[in-house]
Design a protein around this ligand. Structure first.
Ligand SMILES: [Ca+2]
Ligand SMILES: [Ca+2]
Length: 280
């Protein structure tokens, strides 16, 4: 029972907060028309036969100080333009009381009432009447009722590195293990790659900067082999390399004698030393 009460409270709060959000942010456009005449700093006519009074914004009468300046400013901002009107249900002396919007770009309106108060100050002043509007909630720019279509989702970022598998085989396509692999040249930004293939003839290098790599493969009994690989960002590249047996069998180097002097020379030396000792 407690749980249900709690849930109910959350639901009520949600509804209230949603309602507040819509009061604050909803943009009603109930009339629109082209401005045909500026009456004074806070009143103008549009081509659907309506006279419009700016909501919650006032300007001096034309014959008072600042009046002609206010009329001139409003004329510059909206005369001849299409205006979009959020109107109040209550009229004022037969005039529609409205917040006036003009198109700013493909997604946003400019709030003329707010611009007059924020950007022009005197001769304009806030004159907050009891109506559906509250100047403290206004913003200079307001998004249209119809939001633009969502932009296409961005493609996932490409990982900046690539991976490399090198597979060494002999002439009969059998995997060749214990082949020494050493990088000869490659892009900057990494330590030189080296290692040896495993029993499957495979060696793997991960997280390589993209670019051209050149390798040397060496194994006793086989011709050295150089090969190049191009690593692209975000790819897993496999390079197959075949090695050829050397044509002549490898013979072990001649064993060097440990003796530093030949026996016959040894005998001559011995005799010479003996005769020197005997004669002395
Ligand atoms: Ca309205
Ligand atoms: Ca008001």
């Amino acid at each position: 029972m407690m749980f249900k009460k709690g849930m109910g409270l959350i639901l009520i709060l949600f509804v209230i907060s949603s309602a507040c959000a819509s009061i604050i942010f909803a943009l009603e456009i109930e009339e629109q028309g082209k401005v045909t005449n500026i009456v004074d700093g806070d009143t103008f006519d549009i081509d659907i036969g309506e006279r419009i009074r700016l909501a919650d914004v006032s300007a001096p009468e034309p014959d008072k100080s600042g009046g002609s300046q206010a009329t001139s400013i409003l004329r510059t901002l909206i005369n001849g333009r299409t205006v979009y009107l959020d109107t109040d249900p209550k009229r004022s002396y037969e005039r529609l009381v409205a917040v006036v919007y003009v198109k700013h770009n493909s997604t946003h309106y400019k709030n003329i009432n707010n611009i007059l108060l924020d950007n022009y100050g005197p001769p304009f002043y806030e004159d907050n009447h009891p109506n559906e509007f509250n100047p403290s909630t206004w913003t200079l720019y307001t998004q249209y009722h119809f939001p633009p279509p969502d932009p296409p989702p961005e493609p996932p970022p490409i990982p900046p590195e690539g991976h490399l598998n090198i597979i060494l085989n002999d002439e009969n396509s059998n995997p060749l293990g214990a082949v020494g692999i050493a990088e000869i040249s490659g892009p900057k930004g990494h330590l030189p790659l080296h290692g040896a293939t495993n029993q499957d003839g495979l060696i793997q290098f991960y997280y390589l900067p993209p670019g051209e790599y050149k390798f040397l493969a060496r194994r006793e009994g086989y011709h050295n082999k150089t090969f190049s690989v191009k690593i692209l960002a975000g790819t897993n590249h496999t390079k197959n390399v075949a090695m050829e047996l050397t044509s002549t069998p490898v013979t072990p180097p001649e064993s060097k004698t440990n003796r530093w002097i030949k026996p016959e020379y040894g005998m001559i030396l011995l005799v010479t030393v003996t005769s020197i000792v005997a004669s002395s």
